[in-house]
Design a protein around this ligand. Sequence first.
Ligand code: GLN
Length: 201
Amino acid sequence: MRIGVVALQGAFREHAQALQRLGAEPIEVRLPRDLDGLDGIVVPGGESTTIRQLMTEYGLLGPLASLVASGLPVLATCAGMIVSAQRVDGEPLPGLGGLDIDVSRNAFGRQVDSFETDLPVPAIGDHPFHAVFIRAPVVKSAEPQVRVLATLPDGRIVAVQQGNVIGIAFHPELTVDDRIHRYFLRLVTERAQVPSAAHSN
Ligand code: GLN
């Protein structure tokens, strides 16, 4: 499985290592030509304004948004989730699309802008996932077609899936627990088995 990792800024190396541990072939993606022949793509955490700007400058935003719309499986974490969201703090910004959500950036404020917590994520198994939040966003609102994968005890949504796109507010690549990457790779395998005409839900 050839899995692209958007490698412009942020935690892309850690994602590539996690994918490699699971037997996938990570491909660093910077330019539109790097998108050829991918089975899925990871958009990492980092700084969403920088990633969005560099994707625009490198001509990657449009071609990648088209692939997302046509059903390419995406694992979008933290800043990656922000650039895949329909709205950011209520504003529609140019992005990858794929998640009909409104996200709030830096939702946990400055004092507690990084924290770790054991988070139930039923879709990946019974044991909570040790989730590392770094200046993380939350999902303020989601359209009905968006499935909620995880919420904090106070009800705030921090992981979602809409068809081929998984959005995670925390950093699954920074822990040894690889269940979120496995969940993503299962989606890639499933999508590879359906005819391409059925890809666009
Ligand atoms: N706060 C960052 C942003 O708005 C995201 C943080 C992260 O990806 N860890 O882009």
